[in-house]
Design a protein around this ligand. Structure first.
Ligand code: F0G
Length: 351
């Protein structure tokens, strides 16, 4: 049967009100790609899969939650949606709002949003407002304004976002036949880890698919859940997860504890190294934040604190590399320029 999007496929498992009217871009149904070369590089002896969420319609996993949140808002007659964002939520909200004929307003931290995300939000017609502050400041502001005015909040504080994002856990179980042993993923505002854990628990109840241990990974300069306190001035090259006060921090910690997993930090260097390794070894280019889960896995295996042997591990790669081209191009050597002559090309290639 032709694929008709997440709400069509999994809507019966999601807690959405009856007034919900589907707004879909045929999100979800993303590939689970086996990564044997990377598994070998990390010591081998285990199955590693990449859930490539960058292949969603706007290039990130946010589309899963956004189809649910905007469908609910649309069905109830909302006219405007708003979010704070490090970029991906902004682009996704703008796209789904456009499709539903709603106005979208996005607040982003000034100068800290990757080019592909800002361009997306603008292309889809959002009103983009830069805040001279952090994502956390922007989130506080959108909560305040939606408490005062009839504007629909589509950050992951909106419960329908979590409902939609549970579907990735369902897809993984449907594809593998059961939950993996470990699930590794980046953690920013902590909506996604909350949704995965809820999704795996729900599927386990109805289909006995088992539960994974969850490894959540924050960037070292923005690691409030590892440090145990908010970070006033979060910093990291992984701007998607540059967040100091995660809205669903408690639930993230609970997911880690209940699953007998943990939340750890990876340095920018480790994250960028993994981004490059994944692209050059497997042909999968993800944005820096999206490599954090795998960077954390490499740290745990290297430390001997996670024994992967015989295990099945799924890493969630949340956003496409094209979201943040500058991180690659800013340090690169300019490609060589040769005259349009065969001999010149031969000299360069063959030496
Ligand atoms: N990976 C990417 C690519 C993201 O954009 C985000 C969050 C995360 C991971 C972390 O997910 O917040 O649910 O823990 N981006 C949000 C945004 C904050 O505004 O686009 P989380």
């Amino acid at each position: 049967m032709t694929y008709q999007g997440l709400l069509h496929k999994y809507g019966h498992l999601l807690d959405l009100p009856p007034h919900t009217q589907t707004v879909s871009l045929l999100e979800g149904n993303t590939p689970l790609i086996q990564a044997d070369s990377l598994s070998r590089q990390l010591g081998g002896g285990f199955e590693l899969f990449i859930k490539y969420e960058g292949l969603n319609p706007t290039g990130s996993f946010k589309d899963r939650g956004m189809t649910a949140a905007v469908s609910e808002a649309h069905g109830r007659g909302a006219t405007t949606v708003i979010c704070a964002s490090t970029g991906n939520t902004a682009a996704s909200a703008a796209a789904y709002a456009a499709r539903a004929g709603l106005k979208s307003i996005v607040l982003i931290p000034q100068g800290k949003v990757a080019a592909g995300k800002l361009a997306g939000a603008l292309a889809y017609g959002a009103q983009v407002i830069q805040i001279d502050g952090s994502f956390d400041d922007a989130l506080t502001m959108v909560v305040q304004i939606t408490n005062k005015h009839p504007i629909c909040l589509v950050n992951s504080l909106n419960p329908y976002r979590i409902e939609g994002q549970k579907t990735s856990a369902f897809e993984i179980c449907d594809r593998l036949g059961s939950a993996p042993d470990w699930l590794c993923l980046p953690v920013g505002n902590a909506g996604n880890i909350t949704a995965y854990w809820a999704g795996f628990k729900q599927y386990n109840e109805v289909k006995s698919t088992g539960l994974p241990q969850v490894l959540g990974v924050q960037a070292a300069g923005s690691a409030p859940l590892v440090l145990g306190h908010p970070v006033e001035k979060p910093e990291t090259v992984a701007t998607a997860i540059r967040i100091g006060k995660p809205a669903r921090g408690e639930q993230a910690l609970q997911a880690a504890e209940e699953s007998h997993g943990r939340i750890i930090a990876a340095t920018d260097e480790q994250i960028l190294h993994m981004q490059k390794t994944l692209a050059t070894l497997e042909g999968i280019w993800v944005e820096p934040a999206s490599a954090a889960g795998l960077a954390g896995l490499a740290i745990e295996i290297g430390n001997g604190t996670l024994n992967p042997k015989g295990k099945r591990i799924v890493a969630i790669c949340t956003g496409h590399g094209m979201k943040d081209p500058d991180i690659i191009t800013k340090d690169m050597q300019k490609p060589l320029i040769v005259p349009p002559k065969l001999e010149a090309l031969e000299e360069v290639i063959l030496g």
